[in-house]
Design a protein around this ligand. Structure first.
Ligand code: AMP
Ligand code: MG
Length: 423
């Protein structure tokens, strides 16, 4: 990653703000090169590489929005009801014959408008009679008609480049007749855990061991992104081992994620491993939980089109790993995938809790949401601790307390990031 590695962000003692880290990723990380054409059924979650212009208008022809009667508005009496004789019937999928003057045609939703007709009377408002229909007074001209191209005009940009393809985008592409779409390559992400205390679930637990949860949390978080993730297991707390494993994995991945081993302790080897084969871009983020997060670039290794492979060292504590994943790994993956920026979704809530914090760092408090007055109320999870996995399973959202805030009181307005949109 030439741009990143050439940058002069000296990892000094100061903490980098979340905003600065996000800006760094947005501005300095180049998207991966390449493109593939995938069928719609395989396009979910992928990133569109080129704008999709409508090859034809949508809808392709003028049609009825309702079941009813197609007519010419000029045939209606200025005041009072009008009786029109029935001439013709057009169902969805049929061609429409021209409408004779002074007549109405039975029409169904999605059927083409008969040439000459400009308005549709809803069948619920019609008084049908044998061979005729009674049109009540006051029908608006042009009502219940869907003009050709009212959704998308021919040649208009229906989907911009960089758009992540969700169900609605896939439906729109299908409606425009596209069977395949050009998408960016999936980002190859390798995930390591670090720590001599960790055991993999399914294996026996030694006396001073705990099960590795971060690897599985991170792989599950990655599953929502356009990636091919690989589980690279657990690295022991040995400097040489970490460096060798990172070096080897870097050639096969576009991004490496580690968790743990990135603090200032003498058993924390990830930073040293990055510096041995590359360069640290930043270390330590002004965020709680999640301070000891690091971004580095491994020199000379793979990373399609980049000068090196980025490595994100996430903190070991499980909640800190999740918070930093959302603020660093997610935008990094989206950038590599060429996706347009997608800020984390936030909405306003009312604090149902009191809380004190240090100025100068952003804090994420796990909260549960309940209905309130004007705003939902956010209640803080009862216990502190960035190692508590149940603080995530039993909460609904992160309350985001900005850098300058030092105290929150019940009734204060806070922004919350709903888990439903994050995980
Ligand atoms: P570290 O940053 O390596 O000092 O780890 C901080 C804390 O997070 C320690 O209690 C570790 O045991 C814990 N931890 C580190 N990695 C993991 C992991 N993959 N799964 C669960 N806990 C972890
Ligand atoms: Mg450790």
């Amino acid at each position: 990653m030439a741009q990143l590695s050439d940058d002069c962000f000296a990892p000094g003692d100061g903490l980098l703000s979340v905003e600065a880290a996000e800006a760094l990723i947005a501005e300095r990380v180049p998207p991966l090169a390449g493109e593939e054409e995938v069928p719609l059924a395989a396009a979910l979650g992928r990133v569109l590489t080129r704008a999709l212009r409508a090859p034809r208008p949508l809808p392709p022809f003028r049609n009825s929005a309702v079941d009813g009667y197609a007519l010419r508005h000029a045939d209606l009496a200025p005041e009072g009801p009008t009786r029109l004789r029935l001439a013709g019937r057009v169902a969805a999928g049929q061609a429409a014959a021209p409408l004779p003057p002074g007549a109405a045609a039975r029409i169904f939703t999605g059927a083409p408008m008969p040439p000459g007709a400009d308005t549709v009377l809803m069948q619920e408002d019609a008084a049908p009679e044998p061979g005729a229909v009674l049109v009540p007074a006051g029908l608006a001209s042009g009502g219940n008609v869907r003009p050709a191209g009212e959704d998308v005009a021919r040649g208009a940009v229906a989907l911009p480049a960089g758009r992540r393809l969700r169900a609605p985008e896939i439906g729109l592409a299908a409606a425009l007749g596209c069977a395949t779409l050009p998408v960016a390559p999936r980002v190859r992400v390798g995930v390591f855990s670090t720590g001599d205390e960790l055991a993999s679930p399914g294996t026996a637990l030694g006396p001073a061991q705990t099960y590795d949860s971060n690897r599985f949390t991170l792989l599950a978080l990655l599953a929502r992104l356009p990636v091919v993730a690989s589980d690279l297991g657990i690295l022991p707390d040995r400097a040489g081992a970490s460096a060798a494993a990172l070096r080897e994995a870097a050639g096969r991945h576009d991004l490496l994620l580690t968790s743990g081993g990135v603090s200032a302790g003498e058993e924390d080897h990830v930073r040293a491993a990055i510096e041995q084969d590359g360069r640290l871009v930043f270390w330590r983020l002004a965020v709680k939980p999640g301070r000891p997060a690091a971004l580095g670039v491994l020199r000379g290794a793979g990373g399609a089109g980049l000068g090196g492979t980025p490595v994100l060292g996430l903190p070991g504590n499980p909640v800190a790993a999740v918070v930093t994943f959302l603020h660093l790994a997610r935008p990094l993956v989206l950038r590599l995938a060429g996706a347009a920026p997608e800020p984390l979704p936030r909405f306003a809530a009312e604090a149902g809790f009191a809380h004190r914090k240090k100025a100068g760092r952003r804090e994420y408090v796990r909260v549960r949401l309940r209905p309130g007055g004007a705003l939902p109320v956010a209640d803080k999870f009862a216990r502190e601790g960035s190692g508590l996995l149940t603080s995530l399973t039993e909460s609904d959202a992160f309350a985001e307390l900005p850098e300058e805030v030092t105290a929150v009181a019940p009734g204060d307005r806070v922004q919350v990031l709903p888990f439903a949109a994050l995980f």
